[in-house]
Design a binder for this molecule. Structure first.
Ligand SMILES: Cc1cc2nc3c(=O)[nH]c(=O)nc-3n(C[C@H](O)[C@H](O)[C@H](O)COP(=O)(O)OP(=O)(O)OC[C@H]3O[C@@H](n4cnc5c(N)ncnc54)[C@H](O)[C@@H]3O)c2cc1C
Length: 491
């Protein structure tokens, strides 16, 4: 991308947390911004949905680092969005996540010091490895608090060791299988197995959650509306139910976007907050070198998930201030099955909501690949319900039985694929594995003037990683110097 962009008109494709946060940042930087969204409502994965009157989450269960001087908290301050209006702290009982393994239980606590204590008391034989792990974690955590982190500038993480897979790193440290089991979890939160996850991503995710953990006071739809409202109040234009059909180019430079309706929007720059493979579909094949296209088309995706939303008796199953992970590992410490449980207060009298998430490969659903949501037929519904019922039964084991349990919804990788246009229903977009790092790096340097990628595929997934990607896009558009000045004023 030519840096900085000449002209004031920006079109953003997609209104997830990536598109809306990029829209807010660029509006604050005095651009005329239009966001185009294919769905009838804004928010993408951040938005919740209703079934039988019950509000069900999709892609925001908990987020880290929203405290005032923490990375995401600073980003919210810049966006002008009040954290306390949307989020509440987790871990009132001192626990954020309870990892239940077959042989032991580990409590992921509320701070970096408490985490170190828990590791040391649980794995005394790993003292030397824990020394190294904690030193790295504290260093990265410190760097994440610097303003340069928001600028993604002067890469603060230059140690080559940080780009090796976490699994390899732990083996070099002679970490015990138990310690490896516990440390396998953070990378799972961005869908990357520890054996493939670069140390840097692992540590950033872990540090992010150790700053502080938060979840929504109400629901994802409110979060989506607050983001959309802030964008519109700043003069931004949101076009719904009318997705981008084509990116218009003139001599390798972006000049606008053609919408599904056939209307053209002119633009000096386009920020695509969609999956890179979906972005390719909007470009004429000859506009990019075939090697670049191939590189994107061959990217491996993170796995899909199946999500089961269950209404349970509110008195018998009160809201838990922590999440539960039930984990099974093999003799080498690899996680073979992981199930996430979250119990939240319900919005319907007498009922709370238990959300269950576990891996579900796209290939398991390939039989219905050519069908659309709501029209997949009885066999698909039967398969979905059989898996959901099996998960409900397992949940009974974790919660000691479930009173008045009723499945209110189930969604699969195909549902996500159709909802937000992510190939293979990938939960966190492209796999940020050590093996794909170079290919992924090229996503931030699309060789077309005026076009850049943001959203969860640009830098890192999750709310924190995605909003960081929006700052990265703004840096490409206004230049690092201007963004640094604006950040200094605001943070
Ligand atoms: C089940 C699940 C649980 C998760 N839990 C958490 C969590 O607890 N904490 C956390 O931090 N993260 C979580 N995540 C990840 C987080 O939700 C995502 O990283 C983040 O929401 C991605 O935002 P985005 O804007 O990049 O993408 P999306 O939200 O996918 O937004 C992209 C938007 O682009 C639109 N679009 C696509 N194609 C077009 C087109 N051609 N024209 C116009 N619009 C288009 C889509 O409709 C969509 O609205 C979870 C994700 C999933 C799937």
């Amino acid at each position: 991308m030519k840096n900085p962009v000449e002209g004031k008109n920006i079109v953003i494709i997609g209104s997830g947390v990536g598109g809306l946060s990029a829209g807010i940042i660029l509006s604050l930087l005095q651009f005329n911004v239009t966001i185009v969204e294919k769905n009838p409502v804004p928010g993408g994965l951040m938005r919740s949905y209703r079934r039988s009157g019950i509000e069900c989450p999709v892609g925001v269960h908990y987020v880290g680092a929203l405290g005032e001087d923490e990375p995401l908290g600073k980003m919210f301050r810049f966006l002008g969005i009040g954290v306390a209006d949307l989020f509440e702290r987790m871990g009132q009982d001192g626990v954020i996540d309870r990892y239940i393994f077959d042989k032991f239980t580990f409590d992921f606590p509320v701070s970096i010091d408490a985490y170190e204590n828990n590791l040391r008391s649980m794995f005394p034989q790993d003292a030397a490895a824990i020394d190294v792990i904690m030193k790295d974690l504290r260093e990265i955590s410190g760097r994440m608090q610097e303003t340069s982190f928001l600028l993604n500038q002067a890469d603060p993480f230059q140690s080559i060791e940080y780009f090796n897979p976490m699994g390899e790193y732990l083996q070099k440290l002679n970490a015990s299988i138990g310690l490896q089991d516990v440390l396998a979890m953070p990378s799972q939160l961005i869908g990357v197995p520890m054996t493939e996850c670069p140390v840097i991503f692992h540590n950033m995710i872990l540090a992010g959650y150790l700053f502080s953990c938060w979840r929504l006071k109400e629901n994802g739809s409110k979060m989506a509306e607050v983001f959309a409202g802030r964008f519109k109040n700043l003069g931004g234009k949101l076009i719904l139910n009318n997705g981008a059909d084509k990116i218009l180019l003139k001599e390798k430079k972006v000049i606008g976007v053609r919408l599904e309706s056939g209307a053209d929007l002119s633009a000096d720059a386009v920020v695509a907050t969609i999956h890179p493979k979906a972005l390719l579909a909007l470009l004429e094949p000859q506009s990019l070198r075939s090697s670049f296209r191939e590189r994107i088309l061959n990217l491996t995706e993170t796995d899909g998930v199946i999500v089961v939303q269950i209404s349970v008796d509110a008195l018998a199953h009160q809201e838990l201030t922590h999440n539960i992970y039930r984990l099974h590992t093999d003799e080498n410490g690899f996680i073979t099955e992981g199930i996430f449980y979250q119990v939240r207060r319900g919005n319907v009298n007498g009922a709370n909501l238990l959300s269950i998430i576990t891996k579900s490969l796209y290939s398991e659903w390939s039989q219905w690949e050519l069908t659309k949501t709501g029209k997949r037929g009885q066999e698909y519904e039967n398969k979905k319900m059989a898996i959901a019922n099996a998960l409900l039964k397992k949940a009974g084991g974790v919660f000691g039985g479930l009173k008045n349990a009723r499945i209110v919804d189930v969604f699969t990788p195909l549902t996500l694929r159709d909802y937000v246009n992510c190939p293979e229903g990938s939960c966190y977009g492209v796999l940020r594995s050590a093996g794909q790092l170079l290919k992924i790096a090229s996503l931030n340097n699309i060789p077309l003037s005026g076009l850049c990628l943001a959203g969860q595929n640009a830098l890192s997934p999750g709310v924190l990683g995605t909003i960081l990607g929006s700052f990265n896009a703004a840096r490409q558009i206004v230049g690092a110097e201007r963004l640094a000045q604006e950040l200094k004023k605001a943070t």
